[in-house]
Design a protein around this ligand. Structure first.
Ligand SMILES: Nc1ncnc2c1ncn2[C@@H]1O[C@H](COP(=O)(O)OP(=O)(O)OP(=O)(O)O)[C@@H](O)[C@H]1O
Ligand SMILES: [Mg+2]
Length: 256
């Protein structure tokens, strides 16, 4: 991590590995995410995408390898420590606090982030501004149990944002969204990126991830099989046969 090119790296993984018994869920994956980049991760179901994200934010311990954030070794640090350093994530399987409203759920995020807010009113004000950005403000008093899939996904995103991260890890936040919501989330990710945030994004919605990512890494059976600009990824033979399929490859990557 000493060359000039590497000074621009905010997140660096070296031979990151996770095994579950004999299963190589993530196998010796090297990656470098640049500051202020939108870095996409794609791959078939079970490829290891969520597992990799979980190792980055400390939800899962690595079996082998190392992860650095801003040149600091964060491998196997506790999740709350990693959040304090400025990394927050969303969960593919949304886990809101039951029995609480949307506003209460997101306010908790605001109180445990990088810049801890101890005042409840202040946390709620901050939460409301985030909920407005996500078109969720009218739902602030709704118990989380009554939110639909897309709203729950946006709740996850709101919770992550409430922690004031510099690096945001998004695990399929667009799944289950209408095309209007999808557009809104895509624009929001681009805006956050323009505001200086680095985004690591897992998504099966190809139209979205291909159009907003600067670079894409492809995982297959736990291994990295490609890493490139989206337009090259969509033409990559290995990626086509492992994931995209020939039908997709014949289409323009921008219009897919
Ligand atoms: N806690 C666990 N214990 C055992 N195996 C696990 C565990 N978590 C994940 N796996 C396995 O590791 C592999 C990678 O799973 P992972 O959830 O990371 O895939 P993914 O790429 O996120 O898939 P999807 O696109 O379906 O979300 C899968 O075979 C999965 O069954
Ligand atoms: Mg997953």
């Amino acid at each position: 991590m000493n060359s000039d090119a590497d000074r621009n790296i905010i997140l660096y993984g070296r031979k990151v590995t996770k095994t579950f018994g004999a299963l190589r869920a993530v196998w010796q994956v090297d990656f470098k995410v640049k500051k202020n980049e939108i870095f996409g991760i794609i791959g078939p179901n079970g490829a290891g995408k969520t597992t990799l994200l979980s190792m980055i934010n400390g939800t899962l311990k690595v079996t082998d390898g190392a992860i650095y954030y801003k040149d600091r070794n964060i491998t196997n640090l506790k999740t709350h420590k990693i959040a304090e350093l400025g990394i927050s994530r969303t969960f593919q399987i949304v886990k809101p606090f039951p029995g609480m409203t949307l506003l209460e759920n997101v306010s908790i995020g605001a109180m445990f982030g990088k810049d801890r807010i101890v005042n409840v009113k202040e946390a709620q004000d901050k939460t409301r501004s985030i909920l407005s950005r996500l078109n969720l403000i009218e739902k602030e008093e709704v118990p989380v149990e009554n939110l639909n899939v897309s709203e729950r996904k946006r709740l996850e995103l709101a919770r992550a944002l409430a922690m004031d991260p510099e690096l945001i890890l998004l695990d399929e936040v667009m799944a289950g969204s209408s095309s209007t919501d999808l557009e809104m989330i895509m624009r929001l990710i681009e805006e956050l990126n323009k505001e200086g945030k680095t985004i690591l994004l897992i998504e099966h919605v190809m139209k979205a991830i291909m159009s907003i990512s600067h670079r894409i890494m492809v995982l297959h059976h736990g291994e990295k099989i490609a890493e490139d600009k989206p337009e090259n990824i969509s033409k990559n033979e290995k990626v086509i046969s492992a994931y995209l399929g020939s039908r997709y490859a014949k289409m323009s990557w921008k219009n897919a």
